[in-house]
Design a protein around this ligand. Structure first.
Ligand SMILES: O=C(COP(=O)(O)O)NO
Length: 250
């Protein structure tokens, strides 16, 4: 295996309440969690402070989005400064639901990435093709285009604060998980592309994690692939099975 620390994120999306967060905090405390896995959970913005207080300090807390400036007339949005003010250091950017439900462009996601990193945040940057794009043989074209808009906003010293999440849209919330071979193929090609476009060092060190219907039953086979450095888990991160996913490499 590589020297990239295995990384498992739990994207709770627009789900939960204080009582359910208490339950998640409890099963995470019980674990036991593999100490060799970096764990980050991501609640809805209104529960960032509560979650930060409730979960073990060793577990990171991520916002599910943020805007591209520190403050101003942007009703309904939040900034990296506010996320940090709540003691949270991570933010997920470019999730396919932000792209396809809320219309976020590659350019906006790139600007958000630049801003969040400039404020010292750690970023989980999401990419992934739609089913029709895969069926049209455009997976690489789409993934490379999306990643280009992200990497051009990252300076060399900021790369340790970046995790890339490949989340094929057709696998998200559908139960149609990419096979370990399908996911490995994209991760391997993306890493080779990064070696050309950024550097061999960045390509070798950046974590590329997979998201899309990961569960306790498929996480070990996925996690055994050399270029799959972890997961960004949706539905299964709300349940105690999440502990098994965190421990996929054990
Ligand atoms: O969107 C996802 C994946 O969601 P699911 O695990 O529910 O497919 N991660 O950010």
């Amino acid at each position: 295996m590589t020297n990239r620390k295995f990384f498992v994120g739990g994207n709770w999306k627009m789900n939960g309440n204080k009582q359910s967060i208490d339950g998640i905090a409890d099963f995470l405390k019980t674990g036991p969690l593999d100490p060799n896995t970096e764990v980050v959970v991501s609640p809805p913005a209104c529960y960032l402070g509560y979650t930060r207080q409730k979960v073990d300090p060793k577990i990171g807390v991520a916002a599910q989005n943020c805007y591209k400036v520190s403050s101003g007339a942007f009703t309904g949005d939040i900034s990296a400064d506010m996320i940090k003010d709540l003691g949270c250091e991570w933010v997920i950017l470019g999730h396919s639901e932000r792209r396809n439900v809320f219309g976020e462009s590659d350019q906006l996601i790139g600007e958000k990435t630049k801003y969040a990193l400039s404020k010292g945040m750690k970023v989980i940057a999401c990419i992934g093709e739609k089913l029709e794009e895969r069926e049209a043989g455009k997976t690489e074209e789409v993934v490379f285009r999306q990643t280009q808009a992200i990497i051009e906003n990252i300076t060399a010293d900021q790369w340790p604060n970046v995790v890339l999440a490949y989340e094929p849209v057709w696998a998200i919330g559908t139960g149609k998980t990419a096979t370990p071979e399908q996911a490995q193929e994209v991760h391997e090609k993306l890493r080779a592309w990064l070696a050309e476009r950024v550097s061999k060092e960045v390509a070798a060190s950046v974590r590329i994690i997979y998201g899309g219907s990961v569960n306790a039953g498929n996480c070990k086979d996925l996690g055994a692939k050399p270029d799959i450095d972890g997961f960004l888990v949706g539905g299964a991160s709300l349940k105690p099975d999440f502990v098994q996913i965190v421990n996929a490499r054990q």
